[in-house]
Design a protein around this ligand. Sequence first.
Ligand code: ADP
Ligand code: MG
Length: 603
Amino acid sequence: MKLKDTQALTSFDYSWLLKRIFPYVKPFLGRVILGFLIAVPVGLLDGVVSFSLKPYMDYVIGKQDLAFAGFIIPYIALAYAMPFLVVFFALIQGLLRYLNSYLTDWTSLKITNAVKNDLFARLVYMDTSFFDINSSGMIINRYLSDPDTASRGVVDQIKTFIISLFGALSLVVVMLYSSWKLALVGVLVLGVAFLPVFLIRKKIKSVSNQNTVIIGDIMTTMNETYSGNKVVTAYNLQERQKASFLRGINESFNVSISLTKRVGWMSPVMYLIASFGIAFVLFYGTKLIYLGHMTAGSFASFVTSLLLLYKPVKTLGNTLTSIQNTFVAMGRVFELFDYVPKIKDNENTVAIREIQEGITFDNVSFSYNSENTVLKNINLNVKKGETIAIVGNSGGGKSTLVNLLPRFYDVSEGSIKFDGTDIRSFKLKDLRNSISFVFQDNFLFTGTIKENILLAKNNATDEDLNRAIKASHLEEVIDMLPDGIETVLGERGLTLSGGQRQRVAIARAMIRNTPIIILDEATSALDNESEAVVQKALDNLTENKTVFVIAHRLSTIKNADRIAVINNGELAELGTHEELLSINDGLYKHLYEMQFNKVEAEV
Ligand SMILES: Nc1ncnc2c1ncn2[C@@H]1O[C@H](COP(=O)(O)OP(=O)(O)O)[C@@H](O)[C@H]1O
Ligand SMILES: [Mg+2]
C-alpha cells in the first residue's frame, strides 16, 4: 500500500468512524461522559449574566420589589446581592471549566496514546516492501501526526461543541423568556449561519489529504538531510536541500491558503447575517417597547443574549469545521489499521525443527513488481552445514535470492523448503530466529555496544557475551574505547569505523547462534586490513552452520563447498570452484579471470 495514494474514503462515514474509535474510548468512557456532562453547566452558565440583566433593569433600576414564591424581596437587597451572585456564578463556572479541561485532556491523551500504540504495533510488523515504497517522512506523518489529530480532536472538540451548544442554548432560552417573537428571529439567524460548514467539508478533506503528502515530503527532506549529511556537505548540496524544503513549505502554503480562501469568508458572512438579525431586532424591539409589549429589562436581556450568542455560535462553526479535519485524519488512521502485511503467519503453522537434510529452492521465481522478473525458476539444494557462495553480475538477483529465506519477500512462484517443509508454514518469528544476517552496512541502534549485541538475545549470560566478543574480534575495539563495551554509539552507529561496526554486527549475529547464516557482501565495504580481521570473525561465525555467502573475495568463494552463479536472475552454473573453472567459456571462469584475479592482485 502506498501511503501517498490515500483517499481517506471513509472520512464522511461518521458512524463507521465512531464505531472504530469507540474501543479506544471505552476504557475511559465514564470519565469522557463525566467531562461531557460537566461541559453542559459550563455552557449553560453563559446565560447567567444576560439573564440577570432583566431583574436588574426591571427591579433594581426600576426600584420595584420582587415577589418570588410568596416572598417579597426588596429591590435594595437585590441591588446588593446581584454583584455577589455574578462573582459566585463566575467562580462556579471557573471551577467546572477547570475540572472539565482536566478530564477531557486526560482522556484524550489516553485515547491518543492507545491509538498510537496500536498503530505503531502494526508498523513494526509491516513487511519489507511496505518500507521499500513509503518514505520515512510519510510514515512518520501517517503513524504519528495523524493519530494525534484524529483522536485528540475527538474528545476535545466534542467538549468545545457541547460547551458552545449549551452556551448558545442557554442564551436562546433567555431570549425566548424575554420575547419569543424576537427569539425566533435569533434562532433563524443562527441556523442560516451554519449552512456553509457542510458545503466545504469536501474541500477540507482534499486539503488535508494533500497536506499529509506534502508534510511527509518535508519530513523526508529533513531525514535525508540528517542521514545524508556527509553527501550533502561533500557535494555542496545545501542549496538543493534548502530548495527542496522551501518547495514543500510553499506547496503547503498554497494548499492551506486555498482552504482559507474557501473558508475565510464564512466567519465574516456569519457576522454579517448576525448583524442583519441584530438590526432587525433593534428595530422591532424598540417598537415592542413603545407599544408596551415588552419591558426595557427584557429588551436589555434579549439584546445582550443576542450579542453574547455570537461567540458560541462562532465557536460552534469553527468546531464543526475542524471536526471535519479530525474525521479526515481518523479516516486515514483507520485505513492504516485495516492494512494487513502481505507477509504474515499462516493459519496453520507447524513447529520449526532443526534442519536435518537441507534447504531447497524449488522452481523459485520472484518479482518485486509486475514489471520484470528478478529471479527465474531457481532450483537449488543446499545441504545442512554446507557453505554456498553466490556470485554473479551486479543486479543479477543475489541479494534478492537470500532475502527470500527469512521471508523479507515471498516467492512469486515455486517454494523454499526446509527439509521438505515450505517455509511459509513456519511461524515467521521461528523462521527468523533460525537465520542471522550480516550485510554490507549493518544497522546499529542508538545505545551502547553492549546493548547492540545483547538485543539479539536478551537472556545471554556474561559468558555468552564474552565468547561472542572474542570470536568476533571485538575485544581490541572495545579495549581502545574509553568506555569500553559501555560506549554509547551515535545514531546508526556512525561513530565507529566500518570494520568496527561490522564486528559489532558479527557479535550480534554470533550471540544468536542460529543454524543458518547469510552474509551479503559483509566485507565488501572494508579496506584490506579490516577485511582480514572481519573475515576471521566471519569464519568463527559460520563454523558448523549452513551458510549463504555473497562475496567478492576469491578465497571466500574458493573455500565454499559449492558456488552458485546467478546471472540475470537465472541459476547459470552450480558446482565447486574446480568444476566451474573447468567449464569452457563458463560464466564463473569469466568472472574469475575478470574480477577475482584483479582483487587477488591487489591483496
Ligand atoms: N526493493 C526493491 N524493489 C524493487 N526492485 C528491486 C529491489 N531491490 C532490488 N531490486 C531490483 O532487483 C534486481 C536484483 O537486485 P539484487 O538482488 O539486489 O542484485 P544483486 O544483489 O545481485 O546485485 C535489480 O534489478 C534491482 O534493481
Ligand atoms: Mg546485492
